[in-house]
Design a protein. Structure first.
Length: 184
């Protein structure tokens, strides 16, 4: 099995990364097979009972701000559809992903409160220097992946351009809004 970019980053940070089926994420920390786990977020963590196996809850997840769904469709079959059906498929994918995001946005804060207040989970931020190092390692790994083949380079170049363009706007829009909203 090919190593994920997350595993590559963690390996460079000195960690051993183990991919496990979801059903083993609860028993593996209890048995000592693994020291820590990452799943989807508080809503799923609470449902899995991960608080019974792991007392500490670290944030932020450096590898994803939130989950996204994907649809894998045979290109030939998709392109054979009439334009109206292609539009329906694409819009259905968008709607399902947006609905999932809204569902987690609503349920994660409630579940986090239960984890903290009812189950005594100890929530801690990763230190800034750890996040900075993980960011540096992530940039290194993704850049190396992009160097290996033409398709990765084709994806990476516009991604980097968009990322650089969007940072300033994100800081004065979403981040500023969240800071202002959370003052009260």
């Amino acid at each position: 099995m090919k190593e994920s970019y997350e595993s590559s980053i963690l390996k460079r940070a000195g960690c051993a990364s183990v991919n496990l089926p979801g059903g083993e994420l609860f028993v593996s920390p209890q048995s000592g097979t693994i020291d820590a786990t990452e799943w989807v977020g508080p809503y799923n963590d609470l449902a899995f009972g991960l608080h019974k196996a792991a007392r500490y809850y670290y944030y932020p997840g450096f590898h994803e701000p939130g989950s996204t769904l994907e649809a894998i469709i045979n290109r030939t079959a998709f392109e054979a559809l009439p334009a109206d059906l292609r539009a329906i498929v694409l819009n259905a994918c968008k709607v399902v992903n947006q609905g999932m995001l809204a569902d987690y946005t609503a349920h994660n804060p409630v579940a986090l409160k239960v984890l903290l207040d009812k189950h005594g989970v100890d929530m801690r931020p990763y230190p800034d220097d750890v996040i900075a190092e993980l960011h540096r390692l992530a940039e290194e790994v993704v850049s190396e992946i992009a160097e290996k083949d033409a398709f990765s380079r084709k994806v990476y170049a516009p991604y980097r351009k968009f990322f650089q363009q969007s940072k300033q706007w994100s800081n004065i829009s979403e981040l500023a809004y969240l800071r202002a909203r959370n003052l009260g």
